[in-house]
Design a protein around this ligand. Structure first.
Ligand code: PNS
Length: 160
């Protein structure tokens, strides 16, 4: 029997309820889902890699076929190292499509054995992004319903 391993790559800075929704959906269709946090030395993230790993691990503990990891360099190289045959990405609105299409086609050029699978998050998350969450948190807006409680607490602590 073929086991389909997928990776769900991203920055997750911070993890939002939209990401959690996509992880839940992906874990139902793939045999194994690896949430892969990009280690990007050029970016100055709000949460360190360890903090993001910890929060993602806490939020995915109940899903036995989900694990959390990090990677550096080309995503397709990482995918091949962990024997993934699919990469999961979310499309919230048509505005995401152009960038995601470009990335998926470039990844296909780099590694034709890897398929990109797009899933739609719940409509209530269609306007949600890590960037907007960071911005409104810094300006003191409540984050309830936008990010998991563990992320909300840590963001409050970081910003205050
Ligand atoms: O959270 P994001 O910014 O939507 O995630 C983007 C990510 C991490 C999936 C993308 O930047 C990526 O895959 N980076 C790794 C480097 C790479 O493979 N670049 C070529 C992309 S075609």
């Amino acid at each position: 029997m073929i086991r389909v391993i997928a990776i769900y790559p991203g920055s997750f800075d911070p993890l939002t309820n939209g990401h959690v929704d996509l992880i839940d959906r992906g874990s139902k269709i793939f045999d194994e889902l690896i949430v892969a946090i990009l280690r990007n030395p050029e970016k100055d993230p709000l949460f360190s890699l360890d903090e993001r790993l910890e929060m993602l691990q806490a939020m995915t503990l109940h899903r036995k076929n989900v694990r959390v990891d990090s990677f550096e360099g080309l995503m397709v190289d990482y995918a091949m190292r962990v024997n993934a045959s699919a990469v999961l990405r979310g499309i919230r609105a048509i505005s995401d499509y152009e960038y995601e299409l470009q990335m998926a086609l470039m990844n296909r050029k780099l590694e034709p054995r890897l398929e990109t699978v797009f899933m739609l998050p719940g409509v209530s998350y269609s306007y949600l992004s890590s960037k907007l969450v960071r911005e409104i948190a810094q300006l003191g807006a409540p984050l309830t319903g936008l990010v998991p409680a563990i992320v909300e607490e840590r963001m409050k602590a970081k910003i205050s």
